[in-house]
Design a protein around this ligand. Structure first.
Ligand code: SF4
Length: 187
């Protein structure tokens, strides 16, 4: 990724055995959070699913967690910067991480990428019109959509605490978390 004057991006990665990671998976709990979202059920990448997320998790032996920690410059912490960042740069960063994870997926037979956040490949998801996903070969779920605790994973495996935006201000740091489910431990 290119140098950016508004934030520093630190990349972190760690492979965790699935047995250990499942301690951070609680499908009913996170489904409840999703149901509180005003966009619940609008995207095929998000719950409710026609499959059991636990069956998906149990189909793999390990997860490679990939975290990008953004530390914002002072100029980015001014009020009003949050909207500009979330509308312009965040989608680009998420797409860049998704592309990298798909690259890793292609290089590891039997693996499955997990993207940071919901799928935003289409402006309006086909699910809203009751139609099948338009790009199932590119769409991937997120860790949280499958019931994974991202905040817990960042704290447990990277020693990082999530910070939250307040009003129209960005937090000092933001972390994107994605992953790669692996059929067997490779690292
Ligand atoms: S690729 Fe398009 S149709 Fe499929 S989940 Fe993503 S936004 Fe929805």
């Amino acid at each position: 990724m290119e140098e950016n004057p508004f934030y520093r991006c630190e990349r972190m990665s760690r492979v965790v055995p699935l047995k250990a990671f499942l301690a951070l998976v609680d499908v009913p709990l996170f489904l409840g959070y999703c149901q509180d979202c005003p966009h619940y059920g609008e995207r095929w990448s998000c719950p409710p699913f026609s499959f059991d997320p636990m069956a998906l998790w149990r189909g793999y032996d390990a997860i490679r967690l990939v975290a990008w920690k953004l530390t914002f410059s002072k100029e980015r912490l001014f009020p009003g910067e949050r909207r500009a960042f979330e509308e312009k740069e965040l989608p680009r960063l998420k797409a860049a991480m998704a592309e990298e994870l798909l690259f890793q997926e292609a290089a590891a037979a039997g693996s499955l990428a997990l993207f940071p956040g919901r799928c935003e490949l289409c402006l309006r998801c086909a699910r809203e019109a009751g139609e099948p996903c338009r790009m199932p070969e590119q769409m991937r779920y997120s860790i949280e959509a499958l019931g994974g605790d991202c905040a817990g994973a960042l704290e447990t495996y990277f020693g990082q605490k999530l910070q939250w935006a307040a009003g129209n201000r960005l937090p000092e740091q933001m972390i994107l978390l994605g992953g790669l489910l692996l059929p067997q431990e490779t690292e």
